[in-house]
Design a protein around this ligand. Structure first.
Ligand SMILES: [Zn+2]
Length: 116
């Protein structure tokens, strides 16, 4: 494509003209960032959701899901529309963590009660 400012030929995927530095109007970088953020958000959402079931064996899954969701949320800051899954993953991650923390405390207390 050609730069709309200086008219020189530049890469089709360029977001700014290499000759004059003017933005081409293509927001490839932002789009890519959003995709990445979405990836983290989706991963966080899925891992958090899975951790709801696997928390008993892998409480670490809740923490991983939470961390992935937070990364997704931070990265998707520029793009509020693709932030949904990251926020959902974050909320589910917290719920999963709280549920399993309570379960472990109850189980732990029960076990201590049995042994004493
Ligand atoms: Zn230019």
């Amino acid at each position: 494509m050609f730069c709309k400012n200086c008219g020189k030929e530049i890469d089709d995927n360029a977001t700014v003209c290499v000759y004059c530095g003017v933005a081409t109007g293509k927001q490839a970088t932002v789009l890519e960032e959003s995709k990445k953020a979405n990836g983290f958000g989706i991963a966080g959402f899925v891992v958090s959701l899975v951790s709801l079931w696997l928390g008993m064996y892998f409480m670490i899954a809740s923490i991983v899901g939470l961390v992935l969701s937070i990364v997704g949320m931070v990265m998707a800051k520029k793009c509020t529309s693709c932030n949904g899954l990251a926020i959902a993953g974050f909320v589910i991650g917290i719920i999963s963590l709280v549920i399993w923390a309570i379960v472990w405390i109850v189980v732990g207390a029960a076990l201590i009660g049995l042994t004493t």
